[in-house]
Design a protein around this ligand. Structure first.
Ligand SMILES: Nc1ncnc2c1ncn2[C@@H]1O[C@H](COP(=O)(O)OP(=O)(O)OP(=O)(O)O)[C@@H](O)[C@H]1O
Length: 255
C-alpha cells in the first residue's frame, strides 16, 4: 500500500518548548492511524502542522506525492486534508444542515454565506451541495436532526456534526482531534463504529488522536506513540501494546 502522508524530521517549538521533536512516520493510504501519548506529548501540534495551522520549524510533509514545509489551511483543505478540532468548530446558532454546507463551501464558486442564505449565484451548485450535505447527514444517521440548531444537540451529537462537516468536502485525509473526548463508553463505542464505517465506505485515510487506549487499539490499524514531542513507538496495535517503552511512557501510567 502506498503512503498518503509522510512526515520527515518535523520539529515545532513554542518559546523553547519542543512540542514536536524530529518526528518522522508515514500513514498508508486507506488506513486508520492513531496518535496516542500523554497530555502535552505534541499530538494536537502535529495535526496543526499537517493541515497548516502551524508552520513547522524544520522538516517536510509529503501529502499525496506533493512535498511542502508549510501550507495554508485553506490550501490543505483544497488538497484534500480535512480536520476536526478538540473543541468543535461549529456554528452553534445554525442548523446541522447549514453547518455541513459550511464544510462544503470551499469546494464551489459560491461563498459560504451564499450557500447558507440561498442567494447563491449558481442554483445548480447549491442543489448539488444540499444533496451532498444530506448524503453525509444520512450516512452519519443525523437525518432527524438536519433542521435542528446545533446548540440544541447533545455534546456527542455535536461531535458527530463536526465529523459530518469535515467529511462533506470528501477529504482524502481526515484528521480527527479527540473525536470521542467527553463521551461515555457507549457513545465512544458508537463513534468508533462511525469512524470505522467512514473509513470503510469512503476509503478515507484517517489520523486520529484519542486518549482511550482500549478504543484506539481496537479501531486503528496503525498506532504512533508520542512523548515529549518524540516518537516512542510506531506499529500495529499488537506491536505497540507489547512495547516496553510504551508501557513505561504511557500505558503503565494512569492518564
Ligand atoms: N499555542 C501554543 N503556545 C505555546 N505552547 C504550546 C501551544 N500549543 C501547544 N503548546 C505546548 O506544546 C506542547 C505540546 O502540546 P500539544 O497540545 O500539542 O500536546 P497534546 O499531546 O495534544 O496534549 P493534549 O493531549 O493535552 O491535548 C505542550 O508543552 C504545550 O504546552
Amino acid at each position: 500500500m502506498s503512503d498518503l502522508l509522510q512526515l520527515r524530521d518535523v520539529s515545532l517549538s513554542f518559546k523553547g518548548v519542543k512540542a514536536v521533536n524530529a518526528l518522522s512516520f508515514s500513514v498508508a493510504t486507506g488506513e486508520i492511524c492513531a496518535l496516542i501519548g500523554p497530555n502535552g506529548a505534541g499530538k494536537s501540534s502535529l495535526l496543526n502542522v499537517i493541515n497548516g495551522v502551524y508552520r513547522a520549524d524544520t522538516g517536510d510533509i509529503v501529502f499525496n506525492g506533493a512535498r511542502f514545509g508549510a501550507i495554508h489551511p485553506q490550501k490543505a483543505a483544497l488538497l484534500g486534508i480535512g480536520r476536526t478540532f478538540q473543541h468543535n468548530a461549529l456554528f452553534h446558532r445554525l442548523t446541522v444542515r447549514e453547518n455541513v454546507l459550511a464544510g462544503l463551501s470551499r469546494r464551489g464558486t459560491a461563498t459560504f454565506l451564499e450557500n447558507i442564505f440561498r442567494f447563491g449565484r449558481d442554483g445548480a451548485e447549491r442543489r448539488r451541495f444540499i444533496d451532498r450535505a444530506d448524503e453525509i447527514i444520512a450516512f452519519l444517521h443525523l437525518d432527524r436532526h438536519a433542521e435542528t440548531v446545533v446548540s440544541k444537540l447533545s455534546y456527542g451529537m455535536q461531535k458527530r456534526v463536526d465529523l459530518a462537516r469535515a467529511l462533506a468536502a470528501a477529504p482524502k485525509l481526515l484528521l480527527l482531534d479527540e473525536p470521542m473526548a467527553g463521551m461515555n463508553q457507549e457513545e465512544k463505542q458508537e463513534m468508533s463504529r462511525v469512524i470505522a464505517e467512514v473509513n470503510r465506505s469512503f476509503g478515507t485515510t484517517i489520523v486520529l488522536i484519542e486518549h482511550d487506549v482500549g478504543i484506539v487499539l481496537n479501531l486503528a490499524s496503525h498506532v504512533v506513540v508520542l512523548d515529549y514531542g518524540r516518537k516512542v513507538a510506531d506499529g500495529t496495535p499488537d506491536e505497540v501494546r507489547n512495547n516496553p517503552d510504551v508501557i513505561a511512557a504511557y500505558l503503565g501510567t494512569v492518564h
